[in-house]
Design a protein around this ligand. Sequence first.
Ligand code: BES
Ligand code: MN
Ligand code: ZN
Length: 495
Amino acid sequence: MNITVKTGGFNQEQSDVIAIGVLENPDFYSAPLQTIDQALGGRIRERMNLGDFTGKLKTTSWLYTNGAITAPRVLLVGLGEYHDLTTEKVRQTAGHAVRTIRDMGLRNAAVPMPNEATPEMIQAAAEASLLALYQFDEHKTGNDDEDEKKKLESITFLTESDHSQAMVEAAAQRGEVIANGTLLARDLSNQPANYLTPTQLAEKAEAVAEATGLGCEIFDKATLEEKGFRTLLAVAQGSAEEPRFIILEYTPDGEGQDTVVLVGKGITFDTGGISIKGGSGMHEMKHDMSGAAAVIGAMQVIGQLKPNVRVIGLVAATENMPSGTAVKPGDVVTSYGGKTIEILNTDAEGRLVLADALGWTAQYNPKGVIDLATLTGAVIGTLGHIAAGALGTDPELMAKVKSAAEKTHERVWELPLWDDYDEAVKSKVADVQNIGDGTAGTIAGGAFLKKFAEGYPWVHLDIAGTAWGMKGATYIPEGASGYGVRLLVQLVEDW
Ligand code: BES
Ligand code: MN
Ligand code: ZN
């Protein structure tokens, strides 16, 4: 889908439909709404006066223009109360509107943007429109499904003549770039594990780097052995697929900028290993690389938007499989930084691969490190599919994460990481064990990671609940949400 910007012309617009936002307060009718209402002989007012359409959020109403204006249809789209209008409501409204239009089978839409619309709102509208129309259909071959043929191909933002065309274009463009990074993350997460092995994930990252001018380095198995990524290798040793460690690098022009490191868990399939999972729902573990997907998606956006911060994206990628060569409960492995780990449960593999990645991270002398990982089922019990669990060692960095999350409406909720929890990950035979005592599972994961995230400010986001099955918003589909991309971009841009 493609978004363009054009000045004026509400009356001459050729699109299949003009979709126009309507607030619940009739006093706040925008100029374009008044123009169209006049052209239609007051039929919008009439409908509002009768109470048949009120402007309530996520409601719509169709009007047929019968030649009064060039477009054959008008879709009124409720924006809710003027005083409650937030960027998130704009996203919700845009998502609802484009899905309504798509479901009607229409191909193109025009959206009048009133002068009052801020750059944030225009960006949000563009972003959410693209996010809402996403479908993962690359493995469907048939044309037998009528619904699948429905494709909204283009949206034109119509600006008022005194509205800065350049501002609207820039805001819409930002929205598109950020949405495309999120869509990339969804594609990666939705992709079945036989189409996205660690090797293939690394190739995707390389392609992103190529296209956006990022630096990229991939460590293969031999390199990982040489460099001492023993914990990542331990998780990988049960699989026929080789692991990969991915390094993406964005360096802005000039010197002296802070470095931020983004770290993603990249388990392309998690069977649990020898501590094998139950069968039901196991197929969803193809998305156990959603942290990696968020990092790669964000790096794509960062390569395009070029913020004034150095950003490194790291991904530890492997399958977690049971086999004759697999790592076993009770095995002890040495992490990149030298700490020893007793693996008591091979299904707690995410924290193992992250231990090496977080050890590797220290050399960049980062001012902030954010890891994203589908780490624990427990976080779904705690926060559902609404918010990611946030745990960290640095209040300032945590505040930055919270502020970015607030803006993008990718919710985070902080859980404590007091030293009191360290006891639970103490091992009888090694420096640390990879599971806690069975209580506070998400915090135990954080307490384990904390041992390896030393020497820099660090926040861990447990996205097991938000990466998949979020569905609450009009612009988030079933399956992969692409959670984290927008948040990371916002964080880096606000740095
Ligand atoms: N990838 C899973 C966590 C997960 C569960 C992600 C559900 C998305 C949805 C992770 O590797 C895992 O298996 N965690 C274990 C940890 C336990 C063994 C300490 C879990 O949550 O059960
Ligand atoms: Mn697991
Ligand atoms: Zn996992």
